[in-house]
Design a protein around this ligand. Structure first.
Ligand code: BGC
Length: 768
């Protein structure tokens, strides 16, 4: 029920410039502390030495200044685990005995925690393992907005919402950089699809860019001082990201005051003069454009040495604030650390989303349940590897089945049946060192039909296991070959005929919990009809199976919230509804990275950019994710921000809204009283959305503007405080090229999720 909770609040104090331009990083940042030293270093460098720094030395290093004792830069994939060591100039793993790392929950899992604290902790863990391996810069976090539900990297990215993504990217960045390692936020920018990612031209309005797609980058740079940025493969408005002056010079360096270094995505550089002048510091991993060609360009006077000095300076700024790990200290112990495994448990435990729980099927009562049937390929599947750049050679990974066995012990009998197989799914990288057939050609999502007798046998086993059980845990979803960098899913369909098995199982035992292990939304329409309980789990890291088991047996109440909307059908979602994805103006191309690695005949052509294909018109403009469903009044299966717990939670207001004057301008403070009426301690995530009542420009119906996560002990009431910066209510005025206030009257809505408004207040801002 929606009730008006506060009267009109008039604010009339803001003096001076009514546009209140946003923060630009101040000059006392660490990157600016060594300018004099850097000037001296550059003075003593030859042009050749300078050029050596501007391209890959090895696949994951770039040169320092050896003559002056300045170390090279060591990079490490990726966003959720320090990647195994490979030969310097190949993708072949070295098979070290000490380079197994912790597998951290992937991006959408972290985002589902809605926890800034956990994002920070996550960053600290990544940095710790990076240092043990002698790495200076982590190639992550990956923070592009999830524009399409089928995106190959949806699992790697955080969310469809700029605020949620920003808060997590800021905290991940701080966690890493506070612990002596640089981040490289990627992929800057608008790498929102994998289809033709190496050639697609994204056509987007400046306003959608500033309000939807850039905020996670802006926040990481302005607020957390991210030291590195990776330019994306694609073009924006006709220009490759790695040579895009609007992106790299105007927005990144001038508007946001970025002082660090930009590296290209692997094989994403397409020019010499354009790239170095726009602001690219390092071409990775090769030197097709920023090696000899750059040297020649300076020698003949097409590029001035001043530009080269500037690019070298930006790299040295980062190099000087990151202490290199001495060679005799790196790689002395196992990369994976027990403390980091604990972090993955904490993140996983708060990431799992309970979507449906009819008749309180969950949690499993181990006093009553004697036999648990665990069914599904994903119950026992390792998810650390796959997905090209982001595979992790994990020291260990607790699968859901192993987690259940650990936690249930002898309190109940667990019977496992695989039910279906994903064996014959399309290829893809099976971790590093090999390419499966079909990768990059969009081999399709449907597994080729299994021989009938195998499929039938697996199904029969599943039915048999279910028959004799008190409860069925069907653990299905996607996997890391199905959701992967380099291609997008063709649909949200659950692969490998798993629904058929689920339906057969539900016929003999209706007490089914369907657990989707996936990094993105899947089609749950058939699942709904036969599963009284549904859980969204994720590619959830080293300790993921233990965390999931603790939730299923009620040791922990679930508190994850969806970081994206869950549409009923794919065609409802904005890029599909507007016909902007999949693009029909280009055939599906070989993936740029696969070409690079395979050094096939297409590679040359791709890398030279001759195959520029595909135009992605972002016609939905600002209406990404829930902004679309809300504004167009299209129902969704589960809204953005949605998630249940085992305890019932009640909201009420305390003191309405007040204003704070802070260093960063005016901030609305909203306090919410949250009561836990159940018997489980539970985290809750109150969310504030804003709707403009009297706008002059067009807006989405409502937008998330603040949230928090608080622990509410069983039977208790806590007060949660949320802060909403007035500045964040502005829009990007394309003509003025600045942020402007539009409406003066707003509905501030307290919501459980984007689809459930609990309460709202009218807010009037004057003279802003
Ligand atoms: C990916 C990057 C990754 C790089 C190096 C590229 O294909 O897009 O995210 O960091 O490879 O592995």
């Amino acid at each position: 029920m929606v009730a008006l909770f506060a009267a009109i609040i008039a604010v009339c104090s803001c003096k001076g410039d009514p546009t209140l331009s946003r923060d630009v990083k101040s000059y006392d940042d660490p990157l600016m502390q060594n300018e004099k030293k850097i000037t001296a270093i550059i003075k003593n460098m030859t042009l050749e030495e300078k050029i050596e720094m501007l391209h890959g030395k090895h696949y994951f290093t770039s040169e320092g200044v050896p003559a002056q004792g300045i170390a090279e830069m060591n990079y490490a994939d990726g966003p959720f685990g320090i990647r195994e060591e490979m030969e310097p100039l190949s993708w072949n793993p070295l098979h070290w005995s000490t380079d197994s790392a912790t597998f951290f929950p992937t991006g959408s899992a972290l985002a589902a925690t809605w926890s800034e604290e956990l994002a920070y902790l996550y960053g600290t863990g990544m940095a710790r393992e990076a240092r043990l391996r002698g790495k200076d810069m982590i190639l992550g976090p990956a923070i592009n907005i999830q524009r399409i539900p089928t995106g190959g990297r949806t699992y790697e990215y955080l969310s469809e919402d700029p605020l949620l993504s920003s808060r997590l990217s800021v905290n991940y960045t701080k966690g890493v950089q506070d612990n002596g390692v640089a981040v490289c936020v990627k992929h800057f920018a608008l790498n929102n699809q994998e289809t033709n990612r190496g050639s697609v031209n994204v056509i987007v309005s400046p306003r959608a860019m500033r309000e939807i797609y850039l905020p996670p980058f802006e926040a990481a740079i302005v607020e957390a001082n991210a030291y590195g940025v990776m330019a994306a493969y694609n073009k924006i408005n006709g220009t490759w990201c790695a040579e895009n002056p609007v992106l790299l010079d105007q927005i990144l360096r001038k508007d946001w005051g970025f002082k660090g270094m930009v590296i290209s995505d692997w094989g994403g550089t397409h020019s010499t003069v354009g790239s170095v002048t726009a602001g690219l510091n390092v071409e990775m991993p090769s030197k097709d454009y920023m090696g000899q060609a750059l040297l020649d360009s300076v020698k003949v006077g097409v590029v001035s040495e001043k530009v080269i000095d500037e690019r070298v300076r930006e790299i040295l700024r980062v190099r000087m604030v990151i202490d290199p790990v001495p060679a005799d200290k790196a790689n002395k112990v196992m990369t994976a650390q027990p403390e980091c495994a604990d972090i993955t448990y904490k993140v996983a435990a708060q990431s799992v989303v309970l979507l449906k729980n009819e008749g309180n099927v969950l949690p499993i009562d181990l006093n009553k349940v004697k036999t648990i049937a665990v069914i599904g390929d994903n119950a026992d599947k390792i998810m650390a590897t796959g997905g090209v750049g982001a595979g992790v050679k994990a020291l260990y990974e607790v699968t859901p089945l192993a987690g259940l066995r650990n936690r249930v012990g002898d309190k109940a009998k667990i019977v496992y049946a695989q039910g279906y197989t994903s064996q014959q799914a399309r290829g893809g990288f099976g971790g590093f060192g090999g390419f499966g057939g079909g990768f990059g050609r969009r081999g399709g999502n449907a597994a080729p039909a299994q021989p009938d007798n195998t499929a039938q046998k697996l199904k029969d086993e599943a039915v048999k296991a279910a028959k004799g059980a008190d409860i069925v845990l069907f653990i299905g979803g996607d996997n890391r070959a199905h959701e992967t960098e380099g291609s997008d899913r063709r649909s949200m369909d659950l692969p490998f005929n798993q629904e058929e098995v689920l339906e057969a199982v539900a016929k003999v035992n209706p007490n089914v919990v369907f657990i989707a292990v996936a990094g993105a939304p899947v089609d749950l329409n058939r699942v709904q009809a036969c599963s009284p309980a549904i859980v969204q789990s994720w590619f959830n890291g080293t300790e993921g199976g233990n965390a999931l088991a603790d939730i299923l047996i009620g040791k922990i109440s679930p508190s994850g919230r969806l970081p994206f909307s869950y549409p009923f059908k794919l065609e409802d979602s904005p890029a599909y509804a507007t016909g902007s994805f999949p693009q029909t103006d280009a055939p599906i191309n070989q993936d740029v990275f696969v070409s690079l690695v395979q050094k096939d005949d297409k590679a040359e052509e791709m890398l030279k950019g001759a195959t520029g294909r595909g135009t992605a018109l972002y016609t939905e403009d600002l209406l990404v994710g829930y902004r679309w469903f809300d504004t167009k009044e299209k129902p969704v299966m589960y809204p953005f921000g949605y998630g249940l717990g085992y305890s019932e939670i009640e909201y009420s207001y305390l003191g309405g809204i007040s204003f704070l004057e802070t260093e960063k301008g005016k901030v609305l403070e909203i306090k919410v009283k949250i009561t836990n009426k159940g018997k489980y301690d539970q985290y809750d995530v109150p969310q504030l959305y804003v709707h403009r009542v009297d706008p002059k420009v067009e807006w989405p119906y409502k937008e998330l503007k603040a949230f928090t996560k608080v622990l509410v002990p069983a039977g208790e009431t806590v007060v949660a405080t949320m802060h909403l910066p007035v500045e964040s209510l502005k829009y990007w005025d394309e003509e003025a090229h600045d942020w402007k206030m539009d409406a003066t009257e707003f509905d501030v809505m307290l919501c459980r999720d984007a689809g459930t408004v609990v309460n709202k207040a009218v807010l009037t801002l004057k003279n802003l």
